[in-house]
Write a protein that binds this ligand. Structure first.
Ligand code: 5GP
Length: 126
């Protein structure tokens, strides 16, 4: 049972389908633990999504239930993607949405990586 307040993992979610190769994506990086690809609706000059290969609904689910190897492997992959895209010096932003208030649409844990321009305020005013 996931711990994030989301329903159990849904194998038909869009990122599960990308992982299975059923839907195309523009891959940026892939290793044993993670897949990174360009967001279909970019919100910055660089907007990449990084997802773990395991079936986790959210950060809450992943942080509580993933193995140490998965957590380390995924975290290193996120850093590797940012480095390979040349974002370390100008800087970048990582974001993980969770649940209703976080505005999570796709129920497979993912980290957004934004960069390529100054990114402004951390959280938009409503
Ligand atoms: P969330 O709101 O769940 O944190 O973000 C989901 C992200 O997935 C959105 O930024 C959206 O543009 C992106 N997205 C949704 N469907 C697809 C898809 O089929 N391919 C890609 N590459 N990105 C997608």
């Amino acid at each position: 049972m996931p711990v994030s307040g989301l329903p159990p993992y849904d194998d038909s979610n869009i990122f599960a389908r990308i992982l299975r190769g059923e839907i195309p994506s523009k891959t940026v990086y892939e290793d044993e633990w993670a897949l990174a690809f360009h967001d279909i609706n970019p919100q910055a000059p660089v907007h990449v999504l990084i997802i773990p290969k395991g079936k986790y609904c959210s950060f809450a689910d992943f942080s509580a239930q993933a193995s140490e190897a998965e957590i380390v492997g995924f975290t290193r992959a996120v850093g590797m993607v940012a480095r390979q895209l040349g974002l370390e010096t100008p800087g970048y932003r990582l974001l993980a949405n969770l649940g209703e208030h976080g505005g999570q649409d796709v129920p497979h844990y993912h980290v957004h990586l934004f960069g390529g321009r100054p990114l402004g305020r951390m959280v938009a005013r409503e």
